[in-house]
Ligand binder design. Structure first.
Ligand SMILES: [Zn+2]
Length: 56
């Protein structure tokens, strides 16, 4: 069976995700893998931080 599974491949690759800052509502881009952030990202507006491993 040689069926290419795009969904499976995407699960293993970090994908950029647009999330809304829970504090001020500003949009920020976070790289995530399996719905978890893989980096620390700071909101430019209010300073709120998304940490590595946080669900996004
Ligand atoms: Zn913010």
């Amino acid at each position: 069976m040689a069926i290419l599974d795009g969904c499976e491949a995407q699960k293993r690759t970090p994908v950029p995700k647009e999330i809304k800052c829970p504090k001020c509502g500003e949009w920020m881009e976070v790289f995530a893998k399996e719905d978890k952030s893989i980096e620390n990202v700071k909101c430019e507006k209010c300073g709120y931080e998304v940490h590595e491993g946080d669900p996004v």
